[in-house]
Design a protein around this ligand. Structure first.
Ligand code: 0RQ
Length: 503
């Protein structure tokens, strides 16, 4: 491992994951690396979970607060949740064991915009960061760190934590070196300056993370893969949603509102956005750019084929086949991919300046275009808002996509009133389901409602929604955004009581 740990003082701090985990005590706030199943520590969290389980077996309480970049994997979120070792979790998770406990009410979860996490930490809203546990690809002679497959909040964790534990993961390709751009120019108001980035591939920082070697209390060597699993080919519904969106892009180009290079793309993760990316590839687009959060296999493929020229993100979340492809053509990819801290990859100033096209999934949308991305029946968290809000509010075009129904048709994705709102009607420009696409720009509330009913709603639910809207237009207290307050959430209540929104 010495080729990966080139600083002699830090080499001397090597120890086992168990010994490193022993430096974390009950009640601590621990900030860990990791973003969308990439670049998270693999050994220390599992050793910590084992200690927690032993402590709980002895009748002691051992819980910590866990901060990350975004979602991690079973070795981190899963292990700590199953050990009942988490008091507070933020800012984004997607692990089934963690989700189950959040929804059982046995741990607190703070769902916040991913671009806000660093700033909230600098201001101390999460208290002191006792320990940072950060995976890196290597340590250089001068003690600076080669980031691994995600950057996330690592700069902030290394800056703010009292003590640092590094996991040096040999599995991470050495070829990642040089792909990162860590911006150290952020300041708190009133001392902020414009962020000097005007194109997705601009490099405004340095390729390495700074970290005072004195802060580092442990270096743990690992050789373990990221979580990433292979992709499923897009299903028929995802392909229909993608087709509607691609038609819309073509139409916007024809109207002169977009150029053939579109604008920097942000795409969420999942089946539908993968289908959109695949559709771009087969529609003849060239030289597009991406200013997004995560680079997955689909984006790598677009880069390879010249459909996308350059991509900026904070995480590189590849399947094993994607890693092989990356390594086979590493020099070309290194030139065209930039990995940034998440406060920069998701920065509202940059999203607005670049005029991104934001494409994200949703749980449900209501008649007026309010989007719920996070809570089933208003109370049960799915994952979290992630970066969708950072992009949606500031993008040139904000698109939300979903099948028109969920759970085999028992749930309508279009409802009278959203049971939880992550993106207000003001931030939602285009809604797409497999039924069609509603462009809501320039429309007043009642016009938006009729367009969403006509274009996006599943035929099984369309008459119900039309009936609600017609009666609301007649009987609502106010007629600007008509609602029947005693009925607005009745579809959700029916689902909770009977398992379906159908009447
Ligand atoms: O659950 O697999 O158990 O059946 O939600 O739904 O349709 O597979 O779609 O994977 O794109 O996820 C909003 C969750 C959509 C996601 C959400 C159930 C459905 C299924 C997944 P099952 P699909 P997706 C970039 C940007 C917020 C964060 C974000 C998300 C599961 O897009 O987390 O955008 N977004 N980040 O059955 C009950 C409904 C439902 C429903 C779907 N109305 N009621 N269940 N489901 N609609 C990434 C980052 O920021 C890191």
């Amino acid at each position: 491992m010495n080729d990966r740990i080139r600083h002699p003082g830090l080499r001397a701090k090597r120890m086992s994951a168990d010994d490193a985990a022993a430096l974390i005590r009950p009640g601590m706030t621990v900030a860990m690396s990791g973003f969308t199943g990439a670049g998270y520590p693999k050994a220390v969290p599992q050793a910590l979970a084992a200690r927690m389980e032993r402590a709980h077996g002895n009748g002691e309480t051992f819980r910590i607060n866990v901060l990350t970049g975004a979602s991690t994997a079973p070795e981190l979120d899963g292990a700590l949740a199953r050990a009942e070792g988490v008091e507070l979790r933020l800012p984004y998770q997607s692990d089934p064991a963690m989700r189950e406990r959040i929804n059982a009410g046995t741990l607190d979860y703070l769902d916040i915009h991913l671009s806000h996490v660093a700033q909230h930490t600098w201001y101390g809203f999460f208290g002191e960061i006792d320990v940072a546990v950060v995976e890196v690809a290597g340590i250089r002679e001068d003690g600076s760190l080669i980031p691994s497959s995600s950057v996330g909040n690592n700069k902030t964790w290394l800056d703010q934590a009292q003590r640092v534990v590094l996991e040096v993961n040999r599995w991470q390709p050495a070829a990642l070196e040089g792909m990162h751009d860590i911006y150290y120019g952020t300041a708190l108001p009133p001392h902020r300056k414009p962020i000097p980035l005007v194109a997705p591939d601009d490099r405004i920082g340095e390729p390495y993370l700074r970290c005072g070697p004195d802060k580092v209390v442990a270096v743990v060597e690992t050789d373990a893969p990221d979580r990433n699993s292979p992709f499923n080919p897009p299903d028929a519904v995802s392909q229909q949603i993608a087709a509607h969106l691609l038609d819309f892009f073509a139409h916007e180009i024809q109207r002169g509102r977009l150029t053939p290079q579109l604008l920097p793309l942000q795409s969420g993760v999942g089946n539908i956005t993968n289908a959109v990316l695949a559709g771009l590839a087969s529609s003849g687009y060239r030289d597009l750019t991406a200013f997004t959060e995560v680079i997955q296999d689909g984006m790598l493929d677009l880069l390879k084929r010249g459909v996308v020229r350059v991509a900026s993100a904070t995480s590189f979340s590849l399947s094993p086949a994607g890693i092989d492809e990356f390594l086979a053509h590493v020099d070309s990819y290194r030139e065209r991919i930039v990995l940034r801290t998440q406060e920069i990859s998701n920065h509202p100033e940059l999203v607005r300046r670049l005029g991104c096209i934001a494409m994200n999934g949703m749980i449900e949308v209501d008649l007026y275009g309010n989007v719920n991305s996070t809570h089933v029946a208003g109370s049960k968290i799915m994952n979290g808002i992630g970066g969708s809000g950072d992009f949606a509010r500031n993008a040139y075009l904000s698109v939300f996509m979903s099948p028109s129904t969920a759970k085999g048709g028992a749930i309508s994705g279009i409802v009278p009133m959203a049971s939880h709102v992550d993106h207000t009607e003001h931030d939602v420009m285009v809604v797409v389901t497999e039924q069609g696409l509603a462009d809501l720009r320039g429309l007043a509330p009642k016009q938006r409602a009729q367009r969403i009913i006509d274009r996006c709603t599943h035929p099984d639910y369309r008459p119900m929604l039309q009936d609600y809207f017609d009666r609301a237009c007649r009987d609502s207290y106010g007629k600007h955004t008509p609602h029947l307050l005693d009925e607005a959430l009745s579809w959700h209540q029916r689902f909770v009581e009977t398992g379906t929104m159908r009447q």
